[in-house]
Design a binder for this molecule. Structure first.
Ligand SMILES: C[S@@+](CC[C@H](N)C(=O)[O-])C[C@H]1O[C@@H](n2cnc3c(N)ncnc32)[C@H](O)[C@@H]1O
Length: 173
């Protein structure tokens, strides 16, 4: 199984370091987990998804990384997952409606508490047009800014006008 364009772009954008401690929220079939784990040496990725069917597929796909201790995949919702505070150097989500369906303030506060000092949040999305992408980037930046993150954005256009977006957030001290 090969990873899709959006997962490859996401993992390139994050520039994963060999010692990163990474959390992926909503890993789906685990394509990004494979790409991240492939770049880790002493680091580790914890990936969660609340759908058991996705966790099964992601686990099958990443057995070698799990066996090597570089990846852990768990069936859990972000809201209630048991995760270590102050631990993750990079937290990311690709195409997950994390902040738009639940209590955004609570989710963002949780992300902040899970990040290690100088850790970063990456919110990736895929939108059908440039206008949708701009709207999504702006809304995500405003939301994160309101809750104490400094943000930057990036985007790239893939075939048929689809736009991949990323908002990177760093907690303001
Ligand atoms: C559209 S899929 C994207 C999957 C993958 N990231 C990708 O790019 O292919 C969204 C995934 O996020 C999971 N998800 C959504 N909200 C979640 C939450 N609050 N906690 C954990 N998983 C969540 C869903 O179960 C689903 O598998």
């Amino acid at each position: 199984m090969t990873a899709g364009h959006r997962q490859r772009w996401a993992v390139e954008t994050m520039a994963v370091a060999p010692d990163d401690q990474v959390l992926e929220i909503g890993c789906g079939r685990g394509a990004a987990v494979s790409l991240v784990a492939g770049q880790l040496a002493t680091g580790r990725i914890v990936a969660i998804d609340r759908a058991a069917s996705m966790v099964r597929l992601a686990t099958q796909r990443n057995l070698s990384h799990i066996d090597a201790g570089r990846a852990e995949i768990r069936c859990a919702g972000f809201e209630s997952a048991d995760l270590p505070n102050g631990h993750f150097t990079k937290i990311f989500a690709v195409n997950v409606s994390l902040f738009w369906l639940g209590d955004a303030a609570q989710q963002i506060a949780r992300i902040r508490s899970l990040l290690a000092p100088r850790g970063r949040l990456y919110v990736f999305g895929e939108r059908p047009t440039a206008a949708h992408a701009t709207a999504n980037l702006t809304a995500t930046e405003i939301l994160l800014g309101t809750h104490g993150f400094a943000t930057t954005t990036s985007s790239t256009t893939r075939g048929q006008g689809q736009v991949l977006t990323c908002v990177t957030g760093t907690p303001v001290e």
